[in-house]
Ligand binder design. Structure first.
Ligand SMILES: Nc1ncnc2c1ncn2[C@@H]1O[C@H](COP(=O)(O)OP(=O)(O)OP(=O)(O)O)[C@@H](O)[C@H]1O
Ligand SMILES: [Mg+2]
Length: 263
């Protein structure tokens, strides 16, 4: 159906298992997807369905047992290391748990500035200015930017994590529940930023349990259950006319869904 040359990223038949022997467990089973430039796709599914594992494969942190990932026409797992050279910078991930992925010794500013300096090979002074600007655009004030991860709120940490990933000026952002800990206004700010970046050509793979967030950002959505995609298509189509029983149940389980409902 989809052709690797036509899309920025293509995943085909991905499978990931953990453990061995009797304890072997398939976390991702035969998952395929594609992503165009400037496009956002959503991945939804219940806890434990394999979303984060899939995300780790897409960014090259987890080698799949089966299947392939192609980025800009190049097979990601064929060489000695995934995403060699400049390709690494181009595919960035925002981790679901920003606390464990942030360096506890660096301030928010230090984290973002360091990423900026590495990716842009500029002076630390310039990088810090840039970091202040990026953090401020995401609603992290200057005095909060000087705090260490343990002094930040969960939502602030999430935004620092997003800012760090964006410092690389990636082509693809894989964001794993980036809005789960932030309030409505910070969420709106982040989603507006995502929309603006989409307009500038960034591609986004957004994992979220919040169907309203998915609906706002993603043109296409895949529904994941027990390691498999059970449904995928245009977001509006999936939400207003779900074909799979599981998708219907997922939509029905969203509190306040009528407010965000079809129409
Ligand atoms: N390194 C690992 N070793 C063993 N099992 C793992 C590992 N990573 C994930 N799993 C298992 O794989 C399954 C999928 O986990 P994953 O984190 O991908 O789910 P998820 O859809 O992201 O869930 P959530 O919505 O709670 O974040 C789970 O059963 C999990 O326990
Ligand atoms: Mg997860």
């Amino acid at each position: 159906m989809s052709n690797a040359e036509d899309h920025l990223m293509v995943a085909d038949g991905l499978g990931v298992s953990f453990g061995s022997g009797r304890n072997r467990f398939a976390a991702v089973k035969g998952v395929s997807l594609f992503l165009g430039q400037g496009e956002a796709i959503g991945i939804v599914g219940e806890s434990g369905s394999g979303k984060s594992t899939l995300a780790r494969v897409l960014v090259g942190l987890q080698k799949p047992d089966t299947g392939s990932v192609t980025f800009k026409g190049r097979s990601v797992f064929d060489g000695s290391q995934p995403y060699p050279g400049d390709l690494r910078r181009q595919v960035q991930m925002v981790f679901q748990d920003p606390y464990t992925s942030l360096n506890p010794r660096l301030s928010a500013l230090g984290t973002v500035a360091e990423a900026w300096r590495v990716h842009h090979r500029c002076s630390m002074a310039d990088a810090r200015e840039e970091a202040f600007r990026v953090l401020e655009s995401m609603g992290v004030a200057r005095h909060d930017a000087l705090k260490k991860p343990r002094q930040l709120s969960g939502g602030q940490r999430q935004r620092v994590s997003v800012a760090r990933s964006l410092s690389a000026e990636p082509s693809v952002l894989v964001a794993d529940e980036p809005t789960s800990a932030i309030d409505q206004s910070a969420q709106a700010q982040l989603l507006n930023l995502f929309n603006r970046l989409l307009g500038e050509g960034l591609s986004i793979i957004l994992i979220s349990h919040d169907l309203a967030v998915i609906r706002y950002i993603a043109r296409r959505t895949y529904v994941m259950r027990e390691g498999e995609f059970v449904e995928g298509g245009e977001t509006e189509q999936v939400f207003s006319n779900p074909r799979h029983e599981y998708t219907r149940a997922l939509i029905a389980s969203i509190p306040g869904r009528k407010r965000h409902g079809a129409g």
